[in-house]
Design a protein. Structure first.
Length: 245
């Protein structure tokens, strides 16, 4: 199964290394989850997941706590999640997820970035046939783990695929990780099943997985990287998925 395009480690670190950019994005998701389902992570699975993903990005506890408390503010603007379908150059398709308190601002900003970089926004739902929404869980692989046994344990809870991979590290000491895939409707059940198996999940997300992928030349890849960089600089853009192999 192809998965959402993951950029080379160096490029990813360059883009997300500026904490002044990444932490506000993570904080917005935490605040949304807390406002929607309550401020107690034990009683709010969505908040628990948002905090887990924030910790995976090394977001300090004080920032996380502040984002949760912000949900109780009486003057807090209503934050909504938006999804845009995009056609870029060289046959690249994108799904862009945003979280915003101002729809007009967000769509105008995203459209402007797309137009300046040879891309265009499509009618909502245009790419439904090209991507499938999945829940994706990632955890470190230990010597004690038996992946076949874990697979058998998780099948009844919605597991569709389990795969082992290598996660590059800045210091060159790569880490073996495991990815678990399931239909997006199985998120809660798989999350609970992994917890019952005492597996410490590093990240848990709903992602758009391309059904088919395309290969790009280095030149075309640099062009698309420029577009993605500009989109990620926007404070409302939360995630970008493409059909790049």
């Amino acid at each position: 199964m192809g998965r959402a395009f993951e950029y080379r480690k160096a490029a990813k670190m360059k883009r997300w290394g500026t904490m002044s950019r990444v932490f506000p994005k993570l904080g917005k998701i935490i605040t949304m989850a807390a406002k929607e389902g309550g401020m107690d992570p034990d009683m709010n699975p969505k908040l628990r997941t948002a905090i887990l993903n924030a910790k995976a990005q090394n977001m300090p506890k004080d920032n996380i706590d502040a984002a949760v408390k912000r949900a109780a503010a009486k003057d807090l603007a209503d934050i909504k999640e938006l999804t845009y379908d995009v056609k870029a150059s060289h046959g690249v398709q994108m799904i862009i997820e945003c979280a915003t308190d101002n729809n007009t601002r967000t769509v105008a900003n995203v459209k402007a970035i797309l137009v300046r970089n040879g891309a265009e926004m499509l009618t909502s739902g245009s790419l439904n046939f090209m991507f499938t929404r999945k829940c994706v869980f990632v955890f470190n692989k230990t010597d004690e783990m038996d992946l076949e046994e874990i697979e058998l344990e998780l099948i009844d809870f919605g597991l569709e695929e389990i795969e082992e991979d290598v996660e590059p590290q800045e210091d060159g000491d790569d880490i073996n990780i495991v990815r678990v895939y399931g239909d997006f409707t199985s998120f809660g059940e798989l999350s609970k099943a992994l917890e019952d198996l005492n597996i410490e999940v590093k990240s848990a997300k709903l992602e758009y997985i391309p059904n088919t992928t395309i290969e790009l030349s280095e030149e075309h890849m640099e062009e698309l990287d420029t577009l993605i960089d500009k989109l990620e600089e926007d404070e409302d853009v939360q995630a970008i998925y493409t059909n790049i192999a």
